[in-house]
Design a protein around this ligand. Structure first.
Ligand code: OOG
Ligand code: MG
Length: 258
């Protein structure tokens, strides 16, 4: 790493880590300094390394902007990814304290639990073969930037807005996940209705992409890891006291109280 990059990485990873720990937003970095996608992932890696040094454990990977609904909502049109840790896991049916977040949102996803590692280049069939179980899931995203606004490189540096994830009941992965209907409800009212087909036409494509991107970063997907395929619909703002639930066709539901 050259001197400029190493200063940039130290500076921004520290600020993002601090913002995430204290729940205080920071201005978008790219208004202050330009950096490219590769540099943004170096900032992300360094900010997660700080969490791991504090004792958090890596649990997997999340994909972002794998559906048009998410790209349109945020105005970002490239696939991104982030690193998940055990501190982000929230219990299905539990209560999620919102005070650690800045401006949390929730979105419906599908999660894959891996039984084997995956190298960079796999077919859909090989990706499917590495899956131990699938589950309906909710991702709680929270941007560390003011007003939840960012450029592509800002959001990559900010670990793709990863903040929390809730996994529903694990199910046999043998079923076809290409087009499962889903409903995201808040306080019993449907707020987003969609299908897993919105995720790259088939959520397994997101797993294939995750394998490629993770391996390219030198951290290939591991047995025991969770991969979140990305929001199937736009995200909804979360407020204290709300009850959030996602029902997914044939897979049951996942829920939490805020
Ligand atoms: C970025 C994260 C995108 C998804 O599922 O598409 C994401 C954001 O929307 O803040 O998690
Ligand atoms: Mg997401």
């Amino acid at each position: 790493m050259n001197a400029r990059l190493s200063t940039l990485v130290d500076h921004f990873s520290e600020r993002l880590d601090e913002a995430a720990r204290t729940g205080h937003a920071v201005p978008q970095f790219t208004e202050e300094e330009r950096f490219n996608v590769e540099e943004a992932y170096a900032i992300q890696a360094a900010s997660i390394a700080r969490r791991l040094r504090r004792g958090e454990r890596r649990t997997g990977m999340k994909m972002g902007f794998t559906s048009r609904a998410k790209m349109v909502q945020m105005g970002v049109h490239d696939m991104i990814w982030g690193r998940l840790t055990d501190a982000m896991a929230e219990a299905d049916g539990g209560t999620v304290a919102l005070d650690r977040f800045v401006h949390p949102r929730v979105e419906p996803e599908i999660a894959f639990l891996l039984k084997k590692p995956l190298p960079a280049n796999v077919s859909l069939a090989q990706a499917a073969d590495a899956v131990l179980a699938i589950a309906p899931a909710l991702e709680i995203i929270d941007s560390r930037y003011d007003n939840f606004r960012f450029s592509l490189t800002d959001v990559i540096a900010d670990n793709a807005s990863s903040s929390g994830y809730v996994i529903g009941p694990w199910a046999d992965p043998a079923r076809d996940t290409s087009n499962l209907g889903l409903v995201l409800s808040i306080d019993g009212l449907p707020r987003q209705i969609g299908s897993t087909a919105a995720i790259l036409g088939h959520p397994l494509r997101s797993l294939v992409a995750a394998a490629r991107l993770s391996a390219a970063a030198g951290e290939p997907l591991q047995a025991g890891w969770i991969v979140m395929a990305g929001g199937a619909t736009a995200a909804e703002a979360l407020a204290p006291g709300q009850h959030v639930r996602c029902e997914m066709q044939g897979l049951g539901h996942v829920e939490f109280h805020a």
